[in-house]
Design a protein around this ligand. Structure first.
Ligand code: GTQ
Length: 348
């Protein structure tokens, strides 16, 4: 059924003025904007941010703005569908690229949105999350869930760049975004849980009655070396299936953060994949390898450290270069949509 709905122009001016004075407006001229037929009409426009383009600007920020004057020295990825300066890459996902120079620190704070980092370049940086010092190696996924104190430091000798993913746009929309500041934390003198308690999938530490498990965020760091090894093993044994692993909470099996999901992907050399159309929006970060991705008919060519976005219900086709496999991390809002009860996949 698609009757043509009435427009604003059909209504007498004097009636429209009266509505404006009273502070009301008619629904029917805007009905299809907010409830389109069959599928959402995304505002987000797919875009590729080449690391080679962003990196020099970020390094210049290192010269122009001391970290003390930035708190976080970040250039964020602005969705072209929302115009210049939009502080979001998709409807719910904020992505920033953060620079820390040797010897610099970024002070502790905690905030209502959740964040995760993927290390892009450089060695020697660390993040302290609620007292746990988490080393940052290229490709590692480091969580700083909402409400957890976090500060960053850098003991190496070359610039470090990492990607920040936050559910900030959602919290801004909810009018729920704020932060609390504090001095740097003193880290506990023990390796983080990924090195001690959760070395291996399926094995979890025995919990004592007097020390109940803290199940919300038991593991804050997912070392890339293990993720890549797991993907390569899976590739040898899963037939022709997509090679994908979700980052999950090792105690509950649920997504590692409440609204954002993280999925490590491997594309075999020369492989083409057409995933289902998903109701989730996504940002892909290339850890290594080269290839191209067609999103709603437009093709992005990507290489290591590049980042690209896909709106909700995008028609996607990935192709990796023929000489070596490619490894990507997909950042998406599936966990949020599942909690809201509307996550959906449509076969293509
Ligand atoms: O490192 O804590 O890109 O609070 C945006 C907000 C990074 C951070 C961002 C933040 C941070």
């Amino acid at each position: 059924m698609s009757t043509q709905l009435g427009t604003l122009a059909e209504l007498p001016q004097e009636y429209r003025d009266a509505m404006t004075r009273v502070g009301v407006a008619p629904l029917w001229p805007q009905m299809r904007n907010v409830l389109p037929h069959g599928a959402p009409v995304p505002v987000t426009k797919s875009h590729l941010w080449a690391f080679a383009d962003v990196r020099p600007l970020l390094l210049r920020a290192g010269e122009l703005t001391p970290v003390e004057k930035a708190e976080r020295r970040v250039l964020f990825l602005a969705d072209p569908g929302r115009g210049p300066g939009a502080m979001q890459a998709t409807s719910t996902i904020y992505i920033g690229l953060q620079l820390l120079l040797p010897g610099e620190t970024a002070p502790a704070h905690k905030h209502t949105p959740s964040a995760a980092r993927i290390v892009v370049e450089g060695e020697g940086a660390y993040t302290v999350v609620d007292g746990d010092k988490l080393p940052m190696h290229v490709g590692d996924l480091i969580l700083t869930p909402g409400g957890c104190w976090h500060d960053h430091g850098h003991a190496g000798n070359a610039p470090v760049i990492w990607l920040d993913a936050l559910d900030l746009p959602l919290f801004v929309y909810l009018e729920g975004s704020y932060a609390v500041e504090a001095p740097l934390q003193s880290p506990r003198n023990r390796p983080d849980a990924s090195e001690v308690e959760y070395r291996s999938a399926g094995l979890a530490p025995v919990r004592r009655r007097d020390r109940p498990a803290s199940t919300a965020y038991p593991m804050m760091r997912f070392p890339w070396a293990r993720t890549e090894a797991a993907l390569r093993h899976l590739a040898e044994h899963n037939g022709g299936e997509a090679i994908e692993l979700d980052y999950v909470n090792p105690e509950t099996g649920q997504s590692c953060l409440p609204t954002m999901g993280f999925t490590a992907m491997m594309l075999r050399a020369g492989e083409t994949r057409r995933p289902p159309q998903r109701s989730a929006s996504a940002v892909y970060h290339v850890v290594s390898g080269r290839g191209s991705t067609m999103i709603n008919g437009a093709t992005h060519h990507w290489g290591p450290k590049d980042t690209f976005s896909a709106p909700v219900f995008a028609a996607i086709e990935h192709t990796s270069a023929s000489d070596s496999p490619a490894f990507l991390v997909r950042i998406h809002d599936t966990p949020l949509q599942e909690k809201l009860g509307y996550y959906e996949e449509r076969a293509r």
